[in-house]
Design a protein around this ligand. Sequence first.
Ligand SMILES: C[S@@+](CC[C@H](N)C(=O)[O-])C[C@H]1O[C@@H](n2cnc3c(N)ncnc32)[C@H](O)[C@@H]1O
Length: 229
Amino acid sequence: MVTSRTTAVYDEHADWYNELMSPAGSDCIRRVHATLGDLLGHGNGGTCLDVCCGTGAHAPTVAALGWSPVGVDLSRNQLRHASHRLPVAVADATALPLADRSVPAGVCVLAGTDVPDYAAVLREIARVLAPGGRFVHLGVHPCFVGAFADRRDASRTVIDAGYADRSRTFASWNTTGVRARLGAWHVPLSDLLNGAMTAGLRIERTVEAGPDGVPDLFGFTATAGPSGD
Ligand SMILES: C[S@@+](CC[C@H](N)C(=O)[O-])C[C@H]1O[C@@H](n2cnc3c(N)ncnc32)[C@H](O)[C@@H]1O
């Protein structure tokens, strides 16, 4: 199964990934935290489910906003790091061990390209969100980051004809990043937005962020419909 292969890949690289996601790691990580905070907004102590939480790098940001973060991930070795930062459980994001309409908030950060079917993850998140519950997606920018995008010259990102290729690949302009090391799927912008809307999530706000005028992050805040779907 593709998902178990993904788990094994992250199990092997969890120590490296934990180091990579250190808050002191890079400007990009700091921007991820700032953008996540901006999109999620303040909570009142309610649970915020961190779907595909990895090493739990965003738990301090979520907690500082007043939410109680709880993480799920397939990779036990990623969760070994995360367990120092938030309560965690091993779970598949496409089959969350949670009741319908049971959580007030959820986030999924930098993981939309780590699953073969992100639309299925969005459907599952919509299922467990309480009516009116808030969900934040934050990931690499679908239009400007991927195997089809050459970002070597920070002032001139070059996009090639591979944009429509959704398959998993290790091809990357950058030999030291996650994609080159662990591989990634591509989720075109329309797939991402249609996936959220088809799941019943109401997109309230979108954000693009990036260091050089060409954004490398894209995110949105959405709410669950009144019936929770
Ligand atoms: C790039 S990491 C992102 C981790 C974390 N959200 C962050 O921003 O640092 C992607 C994570 O997705 C997890 N993952 C991949 N497929 C999954 C699935 N079907 N269910 C749960 N977690 C999954 C991997 O194990 C990995 O920890």
